[in-house]
Structure formats: C-alpha cells, structure tokens
Design a protein around this ligand. Structure first.
Ligand code: CA
Length: 235
C-alpha cells in the first residue's frame, strides 16, 4: 500500500507554488496547496497535512498569524519559508512554534532534507509521558544517554557538567529543530534568568571543547547565527 506523506504548501506566488509541487511530487509526496491564509486555515483543519510549508507574506494575512493560531491546538510540523531573512524574523517564527525556517532562495535538496527531518521529529517526539526523554540519541560519534544523564564521544564520557548536559540533551530532544537562545536560556536557567546570551555562549564553548574535534568547525552542534543552536540529525 502506498501511504505518502502529505505536504500543504501555503504560498501566494504561483510560480513558487508550482515549483514546490513539482519537486515534492517527484519525491513521492502528496501535495495540497493554498494561496491565501483563509484557504490555509481550512486545509490545515480538513486535510491533516503531515507537514506545512508556510510562506509569511500572504495576500490576506501575515503567515505568523496562521502559525500562532495552529500552535494553539496542533503540534503538526510547520516549516516557515520566507524571503524575510532577518534574524529577528527567524527568532520570532521559531519562538512562535515553527519547527524550522528556510530563507528564499534555497536548494531543493535542503528543502527535502528539512521536510524529512520535520516529519521524522514529529513521529519520534513525545514518545514518553511528560516529555521525559529516555533511551539513547546517536549521531555519528555522539551519544546522549538519557537514562544515565551522560554524553559520550566515540564511547568515552565527555565529562559534561550538569548544565552542559542539560543543554546537549535539550538539543537532542528537539533534534532537527533550531532552538532559539531565549528558549534555551529559559529551559535551562529558568524563567527569571535575564535574557543574556553570554552565559549560553560560554557553556556552548565549553561543550564544544569537550565534544567536537575542531570546536571552530562543529560536527555535532551548529550555530544559527543570531538565532540559536541546532544539533546534528540522529543516525
Ligand atoms: Ca508571498
């Protein structure tokens, strides 16, 4: 039986919409399309897409409004596709619950990879009650052992401090997703921590010294400049 993942493309530009459709159908996705915010709303509720590609500049409303309202009732993967490349816009979209953010123009292989990651993450997330992660996360030589609260590199204990472990395990829990600086700070140091990225940068520098072969060219934890961090995809 052929069960295809269904992608909803929300995009008012006809040529971009058709380009997406061609690429996605060629890669065995079932494609549905909306060209306005109102159409997007009705398709999100009636068609149950597996992933939504959401343009922000729509004729009848800002795509951010759709993102925020869908997030009130659904965790369906939403990838914002936008010409707005400002860090501020990315942070706003990610903090509002977007799973990912792609800036136009981008390559088709990048688009397909982001879609696969978003769908896989949606299927593997929330496996255990109360968001507690158990078991192992593996990506190349990196292993996060959620039961032992340890991180290993090529089989040896990386010797992370408690906060460093929390940071890596948080990124692993949301593999494939960019976590914003603000979100990470609040998750690790609590809501009263002032929004100061310095402490986060210091912790990340220490983590990279412990887990990366070359901290200047990380293989495991990537920086999205001005936005946040993303961990490498699991094996
Ligand atoms: Ca547009």
């Amino acid at each position: 039986m052929d069960i295809r993942d269904r992608v909803l493309i929300v995009e008012d530009d006809k040529s971009i919409r058709n380009f997406f459709r061609t690429v996605l159908e060629a890669n065995n996705y079932d494609v549905i399309m909306a060209s306005t915010g109102a159409e997007a709303y009705s398709m999100v509720t009636s068609q149950c897409p597996d992933v939504v590609l959401l343009d922000l500049g729509l004729p009848d409303m800002d795509g951010m409004k759709i993102l925020k309202s869908v997030r009130e009732w659904s965790a369906m993967p939403i990838i914002v596709v936008s010409a707005r490349g400002h860090e501020r816009d990315k942070v706003e979209a990610l903090d509002a619950g977007a799973d990912d953010y792609i800036t136009k123009p981008f390559g088709t292989s990048e688009l397909l990879a982001r879609i696969r990651t978003a769908i896989r993450h949606a299927r593997t997330a929330y496996l255990s009650p109360e968001g507690m992660q158990t078991g192992l996360f593996r990506s190349g030589g990196l292993t996060i052992d959620y039961d032992k609260h340890r991180v290993y590199i090529d089989g040896r204990d990386a010797g992370l401090t408690q906060n460093e472990y929390k940071l890596v395990s948080l990124l692993g829990k949301y593999a494939g997703k960019v976590l914003t600086y603000d979100y990470i700070i609040k998750e690790i140091w609590g809501p009263n921590m002032k929004n100061d990225n310095r402490i986060l940068r210091v912790n990340m520098a220490n983590i990279r010294r412990k887990i990366e072969k070359n901290p200047a060219k990380p293989e495991y934890i990537f920086t999205e400049v001005g936005v946040g961090y993303r961990i490498a995809d699991p094996d």
